[in-house]
Design a protein around this ligand. Structure first.
Ligand code: SIN
Length: 275
């Protein structure tokens, strides 16, 4: 396998491996690369829905998403799609998947199924590099803090998505979610310190109101995007991206109005997070 960094501090492209048939040692090297780089991109993959599910189970289990439509014959696969007449896309702002769960999904395996003629890239940002780049003063301010995360304001019947043309496709609008995680976690496998708050799902610091929390949260969100900790993927047919939700944020760029885009996502089971 050949590994080529996508940006100085985020992402790696891995060539020379067929994900559907990779050996146990290749799988181990792929996992380690994703834990470290935040996201790995694989080109020219022959990844059928069956292979997608087998790969997810082989990694360590699948967390089925509560909200997105599921693929008809393969209910482990969430369909992330935008029709030509829709304006809003799923995931079109920096976020990390499932941080509203007390045991959040470890990561996601996203397969390109139908791409617009141009645009529809996805970006990632590395939260280890983000933490390292914080000033000592900011690091001291967040030491020992915990934050509350939920998805209710996004997905409920009168939530953010329901107010857009994306609302018509959602499931699970009556679900209740809520989780508390340290603001700085240690990666369960690499031990690296990672900033673990995100603008989509983090509501407030524990012991503070939303209003009290917002100034510091906004400061962290601005500081988390540095000149070198972001990478951007231009999808092609056969591209698969696998990312680590603890190590990275991601953002689906919504610049292809009037065109259809369909991606298939499996969310990989994770573990409880600790400081
Ligand atoms: C997501 O999982 O947030 C969507 C990513 C994408 O569609 O590129």
């Amino acid at each position: 396998m050949k590994m080529t960094p996508m940006a100085p501090d985020c992402g790696v492209q891995i060539d020379g491996v067929a994900l559907a048939e990779c050996s146990d040692s290749e799988m181990q090297a792929i996992k380690q690369a994703i834990y470290e780089h935040g996201v790995a991109v694989f080109r020219d993959q022959d990844f059928t829905p069956e292979a997608h599910i087998t790969f997810g189970k082989r990694w360590g289990g699948i967390d089925v998403n509560n909200y997105f439509p599921l693929q008809d014959d393969y209910n482990e696969i969430a369909v992330v799609k935008k029709e030509p007449d829709q304006q809003t896309n799923i995931g079109g702002a920096w976020h990390t998947d499932h941080s509203y769960d007390q045991i959040p999904a470890m990561g996601s395996v996203l397969v390109a199924r139908h791409l617009p003629p141009s645009g529809g890239d996805t970006m990632w940002a590395h939260m280890g590099a983000a933490y390292d780049a914080l000033s000592d003063e900011l690091k001291a301010k967040i030491e020992g803090l915990e934050a509350f995360h939920t998805a209710d304001h996004v997905y409920k019947a009168d939530g953010l998505y329901a107010k857009t043309d994306m609302g018509r496709d959602l499931r699970g609008q009556d679900m209740k979610t809520g989780a508390v995680h340290p603001v700085v976690i240690r990666h369960p496998q690499t031990g690296r310190r990672l900033l673990y708050v995100n603008n989509a799902f983090t509501i407030h610091f524990v012991g503070q109101t939303r209003e009290q929390s917002l100034p510091l949260l906004q400061e962290l969100y601005s500081a988390a995007l540095t000149a070198t900790n972001q990478c951007r993927l231009q999808w092609q047919p056969g591209t698969v991206a696998i990312w680590d939700n603890r190590t990275s944020w991601h953002n689906a760029i919504n610049d292809y109005q009037g065109h259809y885009r369909e991606m298939h996502r499996i969310t990989l089971s994770g573990e409880a997070l600790a400081a």
